[in-house]
Design a protein around this ligand. Structure first.
Ligand SMILES: [Zn+2]
Length: 376
């Protein structure tokens, strides 16, 4: 009996070991693993486990998965990789075919890990963030990806856990005084970060950078700025902030840049904790730039809503969305549209239908053509 158990155990250990990359490499007397991260932020996560010199990044600086397509030389890069960390077929359809073609490689799919975590416990991901394909901003997913890599390389993930915990705790402390203040982001890329940090995001200019916002969206954003519900607006380095400049014209508001590709953070073992720290500092600067409720409306031509006392800073985004049905519906809708857009490629039509409809609605209120001018 004892012999049987120990035999079974050693068999299981051997079986699980032979599934890891490290075990295979040891068997074959092989090189250290070559890890390919599809985007820079996923490389930052990988770099906590893998030496930076063994990591390559597919999408080059200055590009995002929204505008990237594979060049012939990229196919060699994919073929030479042992482990590929990517964001999943919704955001990176150009990798989906290779994941099927080369199943012997280790494919670590952030979307799949995120969806699995959500099924285990929805609070790990958050209902309002689960449709955002920018999975690298989820602390829970980052941790999971580190564990999957550590498993493959047979290293102990405890040290990564510790530095991630510390970075999250520091970011929470930095953000605590401004947690309830409303802000806008440029494109809808930060839902996971907003959820992980418990922040109060009030909207985005656009779902995806290549789409222009609808008139109605801009009009609502202008009103939120004028009411002082929003005290900070983020732009992104790859896009001209001209539209943001015009939208905030005459309103006192904090301004900062957020980069969904995290290019400001060099690849190093501390890269991901540094990213969390950097974003917390940027958000703190932006959210504390003007006094709470001090945003002054100099141009009241489009302001018509009465103060319902509902939008003043109470609770964080989760509660805000839960008790504001309208915002919640729109949020869901936008999340779905984003996913469809990335996934199926034909939702451009869907989306412009949505915009046309919104524009008709907005035209009635576009006094002096303020919002029409904004879009030019
Ligand atoms: Zn994006």
């Amino acid at each position: 009996m004892n012999i049987l158990i120990s035999f079974t155990l050693s068999f299981l250990v051997a079986l699980s070991a032979s599934c890891s990359f490290a075990a295979q490499a040891a068997e074959n007397g092989d090189h250290s693993p070559r890890v390919l991260a599809s985007v820079h932020p996923l490389a930052l996560i990988a770099a906590s486990v893998v030496a930076p010199e063994n990591i390559e990044v597919l999408v080059p600086a200055g590009m995002t998965p929204h505008d990237f397509s594979l060049r012939p030389s990229d196919i060699d890069v994919i073929q030479n990789a042992d482990i590929i960390v990517w964001a999943g077929p919704e955001s990176e359809p150009y990798l989906a075919g290779f994941a099927k073609r080369w199943p012997d490689k280790v494919w670590i799919n952030a979307a799949k890990e995120g969806k699995r975590l959500y099924q285990q416990d929805p609070a790990l991901i958050g209902d309002e963030a689960r449709n955002d394909p920018h999975w690298w901003f989820s602390v829970a997913v980052a941790r999971q990806l580190q564990h999957r890599l550590a498993e493959q390389l047979e290293v102990d993930p405890a040290a990564f856990d510790q530095s991630l915990d510390q970075a999250v705790q520091d970011a929470h402390e930095t953000l605590a005084p401004v947690r309830d203040r409303g802000f806008f982001v440029f494109h809808r890329a930060y839902d996971h970060w907003v959820y992980s940090m418990g922040l109060n995001m009030k909207g985005a200019f656009t779902l995806s950078p290549e789409q222009k916002p609808g008139l109605r969206t801009l009009q609502e954003m202008r009103q939120q700025l004028q009411r002082g519900d929003v005290v900070c607006v983020f732009s992104e380095p790859e896009f001209s902030p001209a539209m943001v400049d015009r939208l905030v014209d005459g309103v006192q508001v904090g301004r900062e840049e957020l980069d969904p590709m995290a290019m400001q953070i060099p690849l190093s073992a501390d890269g991901y904790p540094n990213l969390l720290k950097d974003m917390a500092e940027r958000a703190y600067r932006c959210l504390s730039a003007v006094d709470d409720k001090a945003a002054t409306a100099l141009d009241n031509t489009v302001y018509e809503g009465g103060d319902d006392g509902h939008h003043h800073h109470h609770g964080h985004a989760v509660e805000e969305h839960a008790d504001d049905e309208h915002a919640h519906d729109e949020h869901e809708h936008e999340g779905d549209a984003h996913e469809e857009h990335a996934h199926e490629g034909h939702s451009d039509d869907d989306h412009s239908d949505h915009d046309d409809h919104a524009d008709e609605h907005a035209d009635e209120h576009d006094e002096g053509g303020f919002f029409s001018r904004l879009l030019k």
